[in-house]
Design a protein around this ligand. Structure first.
Ligand SMILES: NC(=O)c1ccc[n+]([C@@H]2O[C@H](COP(=O)([O-])OP(=O)(O)OC[C@H]3O[C@@H](n4cnc5c(N)ncnc54)[C@H](OP(=O)(O)O)[C@@H]3O)[C@@H](O)[C@H]2O)c1
Length: 286
């Protein structure tokens, strides 16, 4: 299948290139195809005539979005809109990735696709605008909301914890934000379910299970046999520029009941990730 991947050199994009390597791929970073430019996007998509577009491009620096709203809006809202317009012209599906941050975090049970939206941060607002633009501009879309991504490529919470442990005996981590850490490689594999599917719509797709950042950090060190003291703190004690939801666990039920392959638990995914991470680090590949 001929597939265009935008944002192909980011964390998820890199895993998508690996997972989909047996397909005919057109891979683009922001220098090859700036998704904020409607004319270029439509021209590029029409000239290359893919059968499917996967948008892994985004402005993902959550705190920076607060002070760079227009830039974030361009990439997270206008970008997906442009891709939706182009896909609609060619009558091909668009796979787009969204986030748990479109919810306000007040619910205390796993969120379903139809739950009330209420992004609190600039990042969440721009991502929600992207979802809405896609739905307005094409019918053949898959919007996958995922959460707390980590992978082998790019910065993420797991790498930050492992780096910190190299020169700290004690690390403080927020214990009042609960979510579902998700391995970007598992999400890339999940996306392969969609290649020949016409079950369009919005889906929640994360690794199964839930934990706080504190609990996740403890597990990272436990599985890595690293002896470091992890101290739980509240969000108030560890303020960040962008507000984060206190609870944003996503319910994968719709994904599972649509016949797509269920996601494994975050513990299983983390364990595999850490083995690979350590191997790649030892062999200087990351
Ligand atoms: N990371 C998380 O925890 C998380 C959680 C939930 C959902 N998500 C969503 O998952 C998706 C993948 O996230 P990720 O963490 O893999 O992102 P990432 O590593 O930050 O990669 C995003 C890529 O987008 C590209 N990009 C930025 N502006 C662009 C533009 N104007 N035109 C084309 N490409 C552009 C960047 O390419 P260049 O480097 O070439 O500029 C970058 O490689 C995103 O939609 C994100 O919102 C992420």
């Amino acid at each position: 299948m001929k597939i265009l991947i935008t944002g192909a050199y980011g964390m998820l994009g890199s895993d998508l290139r690996e997972v989909l390597k047996n397909q005919e791929l057109i891979v683009t970073g922001s220098k090859d195809l700036d998704i904020t430019d409607e004319e270029k996007v439509v021209e590029f998509v029409c000239e290359n005539s893919p059968e499917l577009v996967i948008n892994a491009a985004a402005y993902t620096a959550v705190d920076d979005c607060e002070t760079h709203y227009d830039d974030a809006y361009a990439v997270n809202a206008i970008g997906p809109k442009n891709l939706a317009i182009a896909c609609n012209k060619l009558d091909i599906p668009l796979v787009h990735i969204s986030t748990d941050y479109v919810f306000d975090g007040t619910k205390r049970t796993p969120l379903i696709e139809a739950d009330k939206l209420g992004p609190q941060s600039a990042y969440g607002k721009t991502k929600l605008a992207g979802e809405e633009f896609i739905q307005e501009n094409t019918d053949k879309y898959f919007i996958l909301r995922t959460a707390w991504l980590y992978g082998l490529h790019g910065n993420n919470f797991v790498k930050t914890m492992l780096d910190l442990a190299e020169n700290h005996d004690e690390i403080t981590v927020v214990d009042d934000q609960v979510g579902s850490p998700t391995y970007s490689f598992d999400l890339a594999v999940a996306i392969t379910n969609l290649l020949f599917s016409d079950k369009y719509g919005i889906y929640h797709v994360t690794n199964e299970g839930e934990c706080s950042w504190y609990e996740f950090a403890k597990l990272i060190f436990e599985l890595s046999n690293i002896d470091v003291k992890v101290v739980p703190v509240t969000t108030e004690e560890f303020p960040r520029p962008a507000p984060r939801p206190h609870y944003s666990v996503l319910n994968n039920k719709k994904w599972n009941s649509s016949g797509f392959v269920p996601m494994r638990t975050y513990q299983e995914a983390l364990s595999e990730y850490l083995s690979l991470y350590n191997f790649f680090k030892k062999t200087n590949r990351i």
